[in-house]
Design a protein around this ligand. Structure first.
Ligand SMILES: [Zn+2]
Length: 637
């Protein structure tokens, strides 16, 4: 009997484990693309209805949905509008404002990938993060707590057309799809690349060309080495182009194909339509439907306080700003970014830590040091040069801005969000057992990568060169890396390691979010008169989270109101003698110390004097745009 019981226990354990593990199976030995991501998102939202909500927040240029998976416990969180009945509902045909959903009453954490369609490693990190969150809920206390208290907004694919073309069709597409007829032939998306050798894939065509910018590698002639513009060489020069011919007879190849706007230049922060400089910025900020979808979502989800916009590649993280220098940011925000978040990232990446981050008490000395030594006045003002893995887009050496209309700049400057952009995958470090340095690092990487793909994928990521006679360019060869393996983390162990590191990093950032809580709500009857009582209500609100309830930048934005405390009761039976129905609580500091900045108040007390008829109940509600909403019944005695 005992034996049998053990067996029954074993079987039920195994069955339980298998059922749990296979609820929505996912692995990372291949890229999911648009189609695979879409079916994963739908399956997850069906399998975990209590903690997920799949929304379509907009459509791509070619009409594909832009998805956001909301992960948050639907039973926790109490939006402010739940406590007050709408007194004068609008009449037809104008709709009333839709009620808030629970997720909007909790601190929000946005994570997205593939703003650039051919940089889809971030999509995989998003799917990995979703899988960790939903499978950890209920079994891992830390994850359960994060999902109960916060709202994750995960958008694996900002640019669905770009990902579809880059993965499903293996045609690298950075921008969104084109809606403009750039060559004025009355057609859009025509004359894309051509599968010249009819093998079902588009790779590269290389041909001998005295003006070419490539030479063949001597060790492995499959590898093409790019020369700089001015590099001199006695060796045979080659040109390498995408497999393509001129179908519309305008003398150009690969033009007007499928590249539209650059979505990470189309956001409304110092947006500048300068096609000569970078190209593809769009006709006006948010002119790209995909960017418009994000801008709308952020403007109806002011609870978002963390944002990660994944790109590839490089193996480092950009914190704002790109269009302007550190002078335009608040020193305290910079301290949170660098000395808290940057420190953790640099630690996780095994990079060298700036001394000032390890010994912030001595930061004054480091500033003096840098003033004397460094030509970088921004570094001198901070007390440190940015480390390799935690950087700014802004060109500090030349005091020159980088780019226009960047999403991460926009999120910080206009929405008051701790936004970052991580460039995932570093070819110099991420191939197991290898580190490549020096000028020929990329060539050395390619030697090793060719061996790696032979061993791991049986050579499926690279097409060996085969002779081909091009209709316009003559003799040459078709072959090379398949486009999807050119700048993304290789699937399998390399991709999984990157996913794990960055999921853990964003989990850490989620643990920093503020939480506004009503810790005390008491009423003292000071006078009775007939059916009325005069009550003095005292409430204490507190931020129990690590960071303050607003960024310094956030607190000064007109659209980011300060934390407020409401006293709510049946309005026909409650009148206010002292104190408005809502009172400002200001910004509540968090429990974490920020090096170099004195600790502010983490709590605040608010008082009211009210006249109450009968036994009508009273509630105190603290509502912080980024720190969440929390309510407590007033205890009257
Ligand atoms: Zn990018």
């Amino acid at each position: 009997m005992k034996k049998l019981m053990i067996c029954v226990f074993c079987i039920s354990f195994i069955v339980g484990f298998v059922a749990h593990a296979q609820k929505v199976p996912i692995n990372f030995d291949k890229y999911h693309g648009f189609t695979g991501s879409e079916s994963f998102l739908k399956a997850v939202s069906n399998a975990y209805p209590d903690i997920t909500d799949l929304r379509v927040i907009g459509k791509s240029t070619m009409d594909r949905p832009v998805y956001v998976l909301i992960i948050s416990n639907k039973k926790t969180g109490t939006p402010l509008d739940r406590f007050v009945q709408l007194r004068n509902p609008r009449q037809e045909p104008v709709d009333n404002v839709p009620p808030m959903t629970n997720d909007q009453a909790k601190p929000g954490h946005w994570i997205c990938g593939s703003t650039h369609g051919n940089e889809f490693t971030g999509t995989e990190v998003c799917l990995y993060t979703i899988n960790k969150l939903v499978t950890g809920y209920g079994s891992d206390t830390e994850i359960t707590d994060l999902i109960d208290r916060n709202s994750f907004y995960i958008c694996p694919i900002v640019n669905p057309d770009g990902v579809y073309n880059s993965v499903e069709k293996d045609l690298s597409q950075r921008g969104n799809s084109l809606m403009k007829d750039d060559d004025h032939d009355g057609k859009i998306n025509e004359d894309g690349p051509d599968d010249l050798d009819g093998d079902g894939r588009i790779t590269s065509f290389r041909y001998k060309d005295p003006k070419g910018q490539y030479i063949q590698d001597e060790v492995d002639p499959r590898i093409m080495i790019s020369l700089g513009e001015k590099d001199k060489t006695d060796k045979q020069r080659w040109s390498v182009i995408r497999e393509d011919k001129d179908n519309d007879g305008d003398g150009k190849r690969g033009e007007d194909s499928e590249q539209g706007f650059d979505l990470n230049r189309n956001f409304p922060e110092v947006w500048f339509d300068d096609n000569g400089y970078q190209g593809g910025t769009g006709d006006y900020p948010t002119s790209a439907t995909e960017v418009q979808a994000l801008a709308e979502f952020f403007s109806t989800h002011h609870n978002i306080m963390m944002a990660q916009f994944y790109h590839t590649s490089g193996g480092f993280t950009y914190r704002p700003m790109g269009v302007s220098s550190d002078v335009t940011m608040h020193p305290k925000d910079i301290a949170v970014y660098d000395l808290i978040m940057g420190k953790k990232y640099v630690e996780m990446m095994g990079d060298d830590m700036p001394k000032a981050w390890m010994y912030p008490d001595s930061i004054g000395d480091y500033k003096k040091d840098l003033e004397a030594k460094s030509g970088n006045k921004f570094a001198a003002a901070r007390g440190y040069e940015m480390p390799r893995t935690w950087v700014v887009h802004y060109n500090e050496k030349e005091n020159k801005r980088y780019g226009f209309g960047l999403q991460s700049d926009w999120a910080y400057q206009e929405m008051g969000i701790y936004s970052i952009t991580t460039e995932l995958f570093n070819y110099r470090m991420d191939l197991p057992g290898n580190t490549f340095t020096g000028d020929d690092a990329y060539t050395l990487f390619q030697h090793a990568a060719l061996k790696y793909q032979q061993a791991k994928a049986n050579g499926a990521w690279f097409q060996d060169w085969k002779p081909f006679k091009h209709p316009e360019l003559g003799d040459g060869e078709i072959g090379g890396w398949y486009p999807q393996y050119q700048s993304n983390a290789f699937p399998g162990e390399i991709l999984e390691k990157i996913c794990e590191t960055h999921w853990l990093y964003e989990k850490y950032r989620a643990s920093l979010l503020p939480h506004a809580v009503v810790t005390e709500a008491k009423g003292k009857v000071v006078e009775k008169a007939g059916s009325y009582r005069i009550i003095e209500v005292t409430a204490k609100v507190e931020n129990t989270g690590k960071l303050a309830t607003n960024l310094t930048r956030g607190a000064e934005l007109p659209g980011n109101r300060p934390d407020v405390v409401w006293l709510i009761g049946d309005r026909d039976n409650v009148s206010f003698i002292q104190g408005l129905a809502w009172q400002k609580a200001g910004v509540l500091d968090g429990t974490m110390s920020i090096p170099g900045f004195p600790k502010g108040k983490t709590s605040n007390e608010v008082k009211w004097l009210v006249k109450v008829r009968g036994n009508t109940p009273l509630k105190v509600v603290v509502s912080s745009m980024k720190g969440g909403t929390n309510a407590k019944d007033v205890e009257i005695n």
